[in-house]
Design a binder for this molecule. Structure first.
Ligand SMILES: Cc1ncc(C[n+]2csc(CCOP(=O)(O)OP(=O)(O)O)c2C)c(N)n1
Ligand SMILES: [Mg+2]
Length: 337
């Protein structure tokens, strides 16, 4: 059974069967890759190698890894500006993501998009959106496209706890429910929208925000990748089965500031340290893997080394790739009809 010390209320039933060791080690590696990648991005930002906005995902890794592993190739994904973890969980190339952060030619948007504006048609990753909530109508449109094409795909649309107060979210919920669109809305409730605590900005329970439209919602412990995976399996079956949209609210936490320029004065160090020491998703899975003798310290260290190597190579690529040619200013401006 999926396990958790902190099972959130209204949570989906736990996964009926625990994924096998191989699958669990995959989740461990994917979460660790996001963690190390983001730490490196933070360092490179500090060194002036990355400019502009940069919002790190550290602490929230279990959400995207649990959800993405419940999907099929061909499903569409869209999210906000806190997006590097989503790209990596979609199996986009860490080199191309890091090179986009440094604004280089080898980046996913040829160095012209930066942290918040990367896309991969191949992985069906549709961004990367800087306007809070803007991805929700677009994600709903992606779901419409799946339904129209009858390709059996679904759209997964991630948003923050702050984004749920945007009007366009409810216009989207209305259409998605009315037309039974295959869309799974994931609310990543990391407790803060910039410096505003969720309790100061948002009335009621976020997983119930679709109830007026008949959209079912559940609250899940987003710090436990197995609970996320279990809830995702059920929600994906609902959505893919033609029963219309669904909402999962993930209770999660970001360890870093809102963006690299946030001094994070709105919360105490003790609060952050408590979450890190008691609820870290990677430590939690590591403990479980060792307790169940699914692996040993040496095998985990080997994964650590391999992940560090991937991140080092991504950083090298991102600093060695040339800057875009100035002529690139005139490309990709308009879409060919
Ligand atoms: C329409 C709009 N209003 C305000 C902003 C400024 N802004 C950027 S992020 C943010 C907070 C969003 O918080 P949340 O949805 O909880 O996502 P998180 O950053 O926690 O992942 C705000 C207000 C914006 N980008 N777009
Ligand atoms: Mg938030």
């Amino acid at each position: 059974m999926a396990m958790s010390k902190r099972r959130a209320k209204g949570a989906a039933p736990e996964a009926a069967t625990l994924p096998g060791p191989e699958e669990l080690l995959k989740y461990y590696r994917e979460m660790l890759l996001i963690r190390r990648f983001e730490e490196k991005a933070g360092q490179m930002y500090g060194m002036g190698l990355i400019g502009g906005f940069c919002h790190l995902y550290i602490g929230q890794e279990a959400v995207v890894v649990g959800i993405q592993n419940a999907l099929r190739p061909g499903d569409s994904i869209i999210t906000s500006y806190r997006d590097h973890g989503h790209m990596l969980a979609c199996q986009m190339d860490p080199k191309g993501v890091m090179a986009e952060l440094t604004g280089r030619r080898g980046g996913y948007s040829k160095g012209k998009g930066g942290s918040m504006h990367m896309f991969s048609r191949e992985k069906k990753f549709f961004g990367g959106h800087g306007i809070v909530g803007a991805q929700v109508p677009i994600g709903t449109g992606l779901a419409f496209a799946h339904k129209y094409a009858k390709d059996d795909g679904i759209a997964v649309c991630y948003m923050g706890d702050g984004a749920v107060n945007q009007g366009q979210v409810y216009e989207s919920f209305n259409m998605a429910a009315l037309w039974h669109l295959p869309v799974l809305y994931i609310i990543e409730n990391n407790k803060y929208a910039m410096g505003t605590a969720q309790t100061r900005s948002s009335a009621g329970e976020l997983y119930m925000r679709g109830s007026a439209y008949g959209i079912p919602g559940r609250q899940v412990n987003g710090m436990d990748v197995l609970e996320v995976r279990g809830a995702a399996d059920e929600a994906v079956a609902h959505v893919r089965g033609g029963q219309g949209p669904m909402i999962l609210e993930m209770k999660t936490y970001r360890y870093r500031g809102h963006s690299m320029s946030d001094p994070a004065k709105y919360r105490t160090k003790e609060e952050v340290n408590k979450m890190r020491s008691e609820s870290d998703p990677i430590d939690h899975l590591k403990t479980m893997l060792l307790e169940k003798s699914y692996t040993d310290e040496d095998a985990l260290k080997a994964i650590d080394r391999e992940v560090k190597q991937v991140v080092t190579e991504a950083a090298e690529f991102a600093t060695q790739s040339p800057e875009p040619d100035p002529s690139e200013l005139w490309t990709d401006v308009l879409v060919d009809a």
